[in-house]
Ligand binder design. Sequence first.
Ligand SMILES: Cc1cc2nc3c(=O)[nH]c(=O)nc-3n(C[C@H](O)[C@H](O)[C@H](O)COP(=O)(O)O)c2cc1C
Length: 369
Amino acid sequence: MTSGIEKRKADHIEIATKEQVNTVRSSGFDDIQMVHLALPEVNRAEIDLSIDLFGKKMRAPIIIESMTGGTDVAEKINGILATGAENNGLAMGVGSQRAAIEKPELQYTYKIVRKNAPNALIFANIGCPQLIGGYGMKEVKTAIEMIDADAIYIHLNALQESVQVEGETDFLGVLVQIRDIAQSVGIPVLAKETGAGIGKEVAIALEKAGVSGIDVSGVGGTTWSGVEYYRAKEKNSRLQMRLGETFWDWGIPTVACIVEVGASTKVKLIASGGVRNGLHVAKSLALGADVAGFARPALEAAVNGIEPLEEKLTQTIEELRTAVFLTGSKDLSGLKNAPLVISGESLQWLTQRGFDIQHFAKRKGQTKG
Ligand SMILES: Cc1cc2nc3c(=O)[nH]c(=O)nc-3n(C[C@H](O)[C@H](O)[C@H](O)COP(=O)(O)O)c2cc1C
């Protein structure tokens, strides 16, 4: 029998691929300009995009972000996403594994990921509300073992739970739970937002709690207020619809998150939320991220099969390579030091939040070479 969770997972895929669920507000990537170098003195064909992350080698710093599992359709999509990750040397996260923790017969919808991507860096996934709702080390270990994960994401989704008709909004004590897991699970634990972003205050608290990485997932891409708005509409829940509309754009834009978290912590930094091409990946890295990821664009491609997904991944990698080349960088450490010009809302945000942009720009310039 189909459970509430399975129906919800199916709704999420359906809504994310058929409705307009992007924020109106921008991620901030348009506020960031990289400086073109007319004499790059680099052979584009020899540019190395590889990185080592959590014990795995990646051929390019790109993650197919956590999305799905728990239904037959999700199994098919996970299989395609995993094949794309494996073929291109990228990383991938599975969606929340709650469905299969509560109903083990659904494990196959996640296991396909390790089957199709035996070598890729794979992230397990559980949510904050489940940690409060009684999940402990046993469930976390089940999630990890299910897909032989290299690391685990704990997703923070207070906004989504607030708008969701069945939302679970008790987040009291969640940081202590994250700390306990980070200290004893034995693989890297990362905290991940789901589209509303992570700022410096939360990043500092998470680093103290012992997380190995933060995936900012900021404003500028998929809005979970939006996704849950459409579910509320179907259920005729006027209050939840209203909440979805009012908080459609709530959160911290991705560019602001990258600078805030990068400047305040030393954990691995993943840029996501509105990352839509390889130039966005390049800008993320130049701002201080170690790796970048995207969710919905991968889903939109994968629902049409492996070829569209391969095309999307190749485009993104080649766009990134082009940005590396045109900034005169040989590899990603060169890109990290490429000069940037920051304007618009991102500049305003960061200035008001106490970041000295001149200093930031100078520090980057100084580390060059
Ligand atoms: C259909 C769908 C399902 C998602 N499910 C999860 C999930 O289970 N766990 C999670 O951490 N994030 C989940 N996300 C959030 C993404 O990982 C990502 O943080 C967010 O969509 C922003 O990235 P984007 O703008 O590239 O889509 C989901 C996203 C989509 C589109």
